[in-house]
Design a protein around this ligand. Structure first.
Ligand code: PNS
Length: 159
C-alpha cells in the first residue's frame, strides 16, 4: 500500500490544486490531502471550510482522504505511514522555496521523498491569493476554482 500526502494551505482549493490531486491519485493507492492549520499566514477560510471545499471538489474520487495537520509535515506523513510528499510546481518562482523545503524535509526524515508534479499549463498562472483578490473585488472566478465551491467563495466575500 503506497500512501502519499499532498499538503497545502488550500485557502481555497483552486483548479490547479484539483488537477494535481487527480494526477497524483492515479499514482498512489491513497492520497491524503492535508490542510495545514498552524500556518504563519492567517487563512481567510477556517480549517473546516477549507476541508469541506476540498471534499466537495473531490467527490467521486475514491482514494482521496482529506484531513488537517499541524506541526511538522514530515512527522504528519510518518504518522500516516506515507513515504511520499506530493507538491505541485508552477513556475520557476516556486522552485527555490520548494527546493529548500524538500531538502529540509529530507534532512528531517530520510525515508520520506518529495515528488514534484508540474502544473498543467492551463493553471500555471493561478493562485489562491489571486482567486481571493478577484472574488473580493467582484470579479469572475469561474474556471479558476471547482464549480461546486464557486458559491462558497462568493458567499465569503459577499459583505
Ligand atoms: O499551500 P502552501 O501554503 O504552499 O503550503 C505550505 C506547506 C503547508 C506545505 C508548508 O508550509 C509546510 O509544510 N508546513 C508545515 C510545517 C513544516 O513542516 N515546516 C517545515 C518545512 S521545511
Amino acid at each position: 500500500m503506497q500512501r502519499a500526502v499532498y499538503p497545502g494551505s488550500f485557502d481555497p482549493i483552486t483548479n490547479g490544486h484539483l488537477d494535481i490531486i487527480k494526477r497524483a491519485a492515479v499514482m498512489y493507492d491513497e492520497l491524503v490531502v492535508a490542510v495545514v492549520t498552524n500556518y504563519s499566514k492567517k487563512p481567510t477560510f477556517s480549517t473546516e471550510e477549507r476541508i469541506a471545499m476540498i471534499k466537495k471538489s473531490t467527490e467521486g474520487l475514491n482514494n482521496i482522504r482529506v484531513t488537517n495537520f499541524d506541526g511538522l509535515l514530515v512527522d504528519f506523513a510518518a504518522a500516516e505511514k506515507a513515504n511520499i510528499i506530493v507538491k505541485g510546481l508552477r513556475a520557476v518562482s516556486d522552485f527555490e522555496y520548494e527546493f529548500q523545503m524538500a531538502l529540509m524535509n529530507k534532512k528531517l526524515r530520510k525515508d520520506i521523498e518529495t515528488i514534484f508534479i508540474m502544473t498543467n499549463y492551463k493553471y500555471s498562472y493561478l493562485s489562491s491569493s489571486m482567486v481571493k483578490e478577484i472574488a473580493s473585488l467582484g470579479g469572475c472566478i469561474k474556471d479558476l476554482v471547482p464549480d461546486s465551491i464557486l458559491q462558497d467563495i462568493k458567499n465569503k466575500f459577499k459583505d
